[in-house]
Design a binder for this molecule. Structure first.
Ligand SMILES: [Zn+2]
Length: 493
């Protein structure tokens, strides 16, 4: 797959420190004849003049951010924080690095609209700096090389979330350079420990430093510009999210010599419990956002799927329709019910000993409004085994109220998206994944999720997977879209 140029670049990048990689990442864009932006001419104007030029600069920031390994754990976001702060400072935007824990920092910076800030009006641009781990052996390129091939930038974080981070940087820098007359403060926030959601996450940041980035509105990761067959199908704006909770399944049995099998073997009981739970499907429950999402999606889906989407709440065919839709797309199934994915198994100390305990971890995603206790009650009945216990693990997510679909910011996002992607409807979205937005919503922020980069399903699946990448044309387009959304909402007309 790799051509000679890519291989050359990889050789340059591997031994090089960041400065060397800067040029390795930045130069081949043009050298390879990769179109810098294949985006159609923007139909709306922005207070930020040359967004295409800005996007080209942001390509370099994205590449360099990928090259700073912020795999969480341990995160080491401080290195990325210093890098981001350096770029802001060079532009005359004063950054503040907030140390959340040793080695783990966030960055905040603000463009003021007036001498006295009104937090209720302020707009927050949020992105996280940490990334999930990469199994290097399964990647076709160095996950931290920011390798460019076939018009894509490859690397852990290329989508999640360093693309958003670079686009946020480009947007605030664009506003500053244009000396835009703001009608509200625009605040840049780069967070740490989003993927872990632990002690260094936005929860702590809010507890310690809320006054530094308090806002009434926010844009963050979480929604998508969904592309298929080279065309944007729809724009999903995340206004709510499911809540992640881990549950341990603990089976106890008698320790013994493996030469004498016993009926109370903990491994066998755990396996049976996991099998039952794995086949369980929680009842369907439609939130307003999910209902509106399917209504909008039905309008652009083929007749057969549309018919079932519209039948999901009918009394006669509802259940069947829910099954058809869930089978057609597991993501859809997960949007309408609590979901449970067994993710870890742990048992045994040696091959010839029956262990006294076997454990599994279930990653549960609750619909906002549902509680873990109700679900566990169902699962206990289902497992029905006195040898097996279910235990909720610490650091579960908190349910937040959804963001309003009537706010001025939602209207601004919708307006720009409709202009930028003509014919593609804007749909409210309840993500199955968790983002920092839940914590913001708990602090009365109208937070919306939108990666503004047109992305295919195939590329989206690489997020948290192997060979994560972003199309350079999509990235450039996304930078322009984000800059326009923020201009529409925050620049005085
Ligand atoms: Zn993310």
């Amino acid at each position: 797959m790799e051509d000679g140029l890519v291989n050359r670049k990889r050789r340059m990048c591997r031994p090089a420190r960041l400065a060397g990689c800067f040029f390795a990442a930045a130069l081949p864009l043009a050298a390879q004849g990769i179109p810098q932006s294949t985006a159609p001419t923007p139909v709306s104007t922005s207070a930020i003049g040359d967004t295409a030029g800005l996007a080209r600069e942001a390509n370099v920031w994205l590449a360099q951010l990928i090259q700073i390994n912020t795999t969480n754990p341990p995160g080491n976001e401080q290195a990325a924080a210093k890098y981001v702060a350096g770029i802001l400072a060079r532009e005359g935007i004063t950054p503040e690095i907030l140390e959340v824990m040793p080695g783990r920092s966030a960055v905040v910076a603000r463009l003021r609209s007036s001498a006295i800030s009104d937090p209720a009006r302020a707009l927050l641009l949020v992105a996280h700096m940490d990334v999930v781990g990469a199994e290097r052996s399964r990647w076709s390129v160095d996950p931290f090389g920011a390798v460019i091939k076939d018009g894509y930038i490859y690397g852990r974080g290329a989508l999640d979330d360093k693309s958003m981070l670079a686009a946020n940087l480009a947007t605030i820098i664009g506003l500053k350079r244009a000396n835009a007359r703001l009608n509200r403060d625009v605040i840049f926030l780069a967070t740490d420990d989003e993927e872990g959601g632990g002690e260094a996450s936005i929860k702590t940041l809010i507890a310690k430093n809320w006054d530094k980035f308090a806002a009434g509105f926010a844009i963050n990761e979480g929604g998508e510009v969904v592309m298929k067959g080279g065309k944007v199908q729809y724009v999903a704006v995340q206004a709510s999210e499911k809540v992640s909770v881990n549950v341990a399944v603990v089976a106890k049995g008698t320790v013994g010599h493996a030469s004498v099998p016993t009926k109370d073997n903990a491994v066998v009981h755990l396996a049976a419990a996991v099998e039952k739970i794995g086949n369980y499907s929680a009842p369907v429950h439609f939130t307003t956002i999910v209902r509106r999402y399917f209504e909008g999606l039905a309008a652009i889906s083929d007749d057969e799927i549309a018919k079932w989407m519209r039948s999901m709440e009918t009394s006669d065919r509802g259940e069947h329709a829910q099954r058809v839709i869930s089978d057609a797309n597991p993501q859809w199934g997960a949007m309408m019910r609590d979901s449970i994915a067994p993710t870890m198994l742990n048992a045994g100390v040696r091959p010839n000993v029956i262990p006294g305990e076997a454990r599994a971890i279930l990653n549960v995603r609750l619909l906002p409004g549902d509680t873990i206790d109700v679900l566990l009650g169902e699962l206990r009945k289902l497992v029905n085994d006195p040898q097996v216990r279910l235990e909720v693990q610490p650091n579960g997510g908190l349910a937040a109220p959804p963001s309003s679909l009537e706010s001025d910011f939602y209207a601004a996002i919708s307006k720009v998206a409709e202009q930028e992607f003509p014919g593609a409807p804007v749909l409210p979205y309840q993500s199955t994944w968790a983002t920092d937005s839940a914590q913001l919503r708990l602090h009365n922020v109208q937070a919306y999720g939108l990666w503004p980069f047109p992305v295919t399903d195939e590329d989206l699946k690489r997020m948290h997977g192997d060979d994560e990448r972003i199309s350079i044309a999509s990235f450039n387009k996304g930078v322009e879209v984000l800059a326009r959304i923020v201009s529409e909402f925050a620049v005085a007309k």
